[in-house]
Design a protein around this ligand. Structure first.
Ligand SMILES: [Zn+2]
Length: 154
């Protein structure tokens, strides 16, 4: 019995094990490479998208001026808040929003794809809703109050 194991059979068994190990190693190596390549591609795509999404200070300034520094959905502005109490407008956070998100193919550099939104409307819009959908969701009462105060204009 021992003689048989000592001879060719043991060597043969060892060889088979070696070959199997080598195959397993090669397969895992290849799948790791594929995983790495995909991760790198994904990261590159994200970096490019964030570059395209970037709005320069000059663009922000122009869009704020064009939209009269007023949220395009709810119509809130510093001026409006200041009409209640001087300085209240300082608490308003206006943001520049991509009407069609860059991720969904919207332009990142075309100012016609940019608009002023207040932070509240922008969170509600969150990259998946249209202005109309957000407007239907919200009721901050701003339009009503503006009408009542006679400073509604649009
Ligand atoms: Zn708003």
């Amino acid at each position: 019995m021992q003689r048989i194991l000592d001879s060719g059979a043991a060597v043969y068994l060892l060889l088979v094990l070696l070959v199997l190990t080598a195959i397993a190693l090669i397969v895992s190596r290849l799948s790791y490479r594929r995983y790495r390549r995909r991760a790198e591609e994904e990261e590159y795509r994200k970096r490019e998208a964030s570059k395209r999404r970037y709005v320069t200070a000059k663009m922000k300034e122009r869009v704020l001026e064009r939209d009269n520094a007023t949220c395009r959905i709810c119509g809130i502005s510093r001026e409006y808040l200041d009409s209640f109490s001087e300085g209240l407008g300082d608490y308003l956070l206006l943001e520049i929003d991509h009407k069609i998100p860059v991720k969904q193919g919207g332009s990142g550099s075309d100012e016609s794809n940019l608009q002023v939104l207040c932070w509240r409307c922008n969170r509600k819009k969150s990259g998946s809703r249209t202005n109309e959908e957000v407007a239907a969701m919200i009721d901050y009462g701003i339009d009503r109050m503006k009408k009542r105060r006679g400073i509604f204009r649009r």
